[in-house]
Design a protein around this ligand. Structure first.
Ligand code: FAD
Length: 437
């Protein structure tokens, strides 16, 4: 049997259930497809750093596959049009890919399943738990995080799988050798894509630096390579599986003991899990202004406010510094993201989806479920029982950058400006019903 495995956000060989499943075929064609980018909320396509990280991950994956006598074919275009040609050209009898929380990715899978006359299989590889382990929970998936965490407390995940032995590619595969993007990581946040780099980071953060011991105290810092794990870029691109990370933490705990910090770290992995399953269920609602509840929101789209926020040119130095950091590094800490998101939603009154789209463009760790669900949470249309988060920006600045070091480093201050005024010409306000005096 000749299979095709379509890599998506699972760019690794180790603990990749889909790849392991198709490794049983007699020949295997490994493919990655860059889908066409479509404009969304005034943004188009990935930013420089996100593109770089993805390309590094693909280069590394191709090298790994070649060292095992395999190949990686990377194509650009619409999978719906490219795959049928590949299936025919290589006599493929079965197609597999990782399942995604994203509604567009799910729709692609469904389309292929219906159109193609060979089995098309989706594999779960980027979550801690499988459908089977959550089968009692999924029909009534809790709307909020705490009941979800309580419900999965006694559930243990399957251990991470070893790297499979792969069959050869079918005859006639000619794949161009991938080369990294010309851009380099910003010196302030040097992370590179690929499974090996992800495993190194996990080892350095956990075993070498033992930084998990102070995770609880430092995780909210705006900067610091060991303040939090910074594993999200590899988790989001699938260079590392979340089970590999969870197993490494269990191993660490068995040697050094369970601590408040290690438990807190685990609870963050569960946030990721929770948002994945919610997104999977909510489909298009993840992108609706009012979320799944269809909550009405007082906001609109004012292009100048959005442009100023994107450019780091707001009235808030801390937000400006954060936005510069995001664009230059493809990175922002969790607290930074909360502050920047709260500013856009609460101070500038812009539709949260525009902010989410800008994060999607730039974050190295962009993940459809975690990004859109966290934005919904801040905007008060998501899984937050408190109905939204409004951060006091002055207080946050005093707490997390009391001496202005972060603001100074990332050029957060802007020269004094005339007051920004919005008038009826560009603000869709209601026309007054009574004549003005
Ligand atoms: P750590 O603090 O070390 O946590 C370990 C892991 O737990 C992370 O790598 C991540 O996989 C998971 N995690 C931690 N916090 C969260 C959270 N709030 N929600 C979901 N998972 C979490 N995370 C993404 O992976 N991709 C995104 O696109 C994304 N967009 C976000 C947008 C906004 C507005 C906000 C407020 C948060 C967003 N997050 C996103 C969540 C969080 O900010 C990042 O996961 C975290 O900052 C990554 O840093 P870390 O790996 O050092 O995390």
């Amino acid at each position: 049997m000749t299979d095709l495995f379509l890599f998506r956000n699972d760019l690794r060989l180790r603990d990749n259930p889909g790849l392991a499943y198709h490794a049983e075929a007699s020949a295997l064609l490994c493919v990655y497809i860059h889908e066409p980018v479509r404009p969304w909320c005034n943004t188009l396509g990935p930013g420089t750093q996100r593109k770089r990280f993805l390309q590094e991950s693909l280069v590394h994956l191709q090298q790994q596959l070649r060292s095992l006598g395999q190949e990686l074919l990377v194509l650009e275009g619409d999978s719906r049009r490219l795959l049928p040609d590949l299936l025919e050209g290589f006599g493929i009898q079965r197609l597999g890919m990782a399942e995604s929380a994203g509604v567009y990715e799910q729709r692609l899978f469904e389309d292929l399943r219906q159109r193609l006359d060979i089995p098309v299989v989706a594999h779960r590889g980027n979550t801690l738990f499988s459908n089977r382990q959550l089968e009692n929970l999924l029909p009534e998936l809790p709307p909020h995080y705490t009941p979800f965490r309580q419900a999965v407390a006694g559930t243990s995940h399957d251990p991470a799988q070893a790297q499979p032995i792969l069959p050869p590619p079918p005859g006639g595969v000619q794949a161009a050798t991938l080369v990294p993007e010309a851009s380099a990581p910003n010196p302030a946040f040097i992370v590179r894509g690929g499974q090996l780099q992800g495993e190194r980071r996990l080892h350095d953060w956990l075993s070498r630096e033992r930084a998990i011991d102070h995770y609880r105290e430092t995780r909210n810092q705006l900067e610091g390579l060991y303040a939090s794990s910074a594993l999200s870029p590899w988790l989001a691109n699938g260079c590392l599986s979340v089970r590999t990370v969870a197993d490494a933490v269990s191993d660490y705990e068995s040697r050094h003991g369970v601590s408040d910090s290690s438990e807190h770290f685990r609870s963050e992995l569960l946030w990721r899990e929770f948002f994945y399953w919610r997104a999977h269920r909510e489909g298009y609602h993840l992108f609706r202004p009012g979320g799944a509840g269809g909550k009405r929101q007082m906001c609109c789209f004012e292009p100048r406010s959005f442009a100023r926020w994107c450019a780091g040119d707001t009235d808030y130095p801390l937000v400006n510094a954060l936005m510069h950091q995001l664009v230059e590094c493809g990175w922002m800490s969790n607290r930074g993201r909360q502050i920047a998101a709260s500013c856009l939603v609460n101070e500038m009154g812009v539709d949260w989806r525009f902010g989410a789209a800008f994060f999607e463009k730039h974050l190295l760790d962009y993940d459809v479920a975690s990004n859109y669900a966290n934005w919904q949470y801040i905007a008060g249309v998501g899984a937050d029982p408190r109905g939204g988060r409004h951060f006091d920006l002055e207080k946050q600045t005093a707490l997390y950058d009391p001496d202005g070091v972060f603001i100074g480093r990332w050029g957060g201050k802007r020269p004094k400006q005339p007051k920004h005024v919005v008038d009826a010409a560009d603000w869709p306000i209601e026309t007054p019903t009574a004549p003005l005096p």
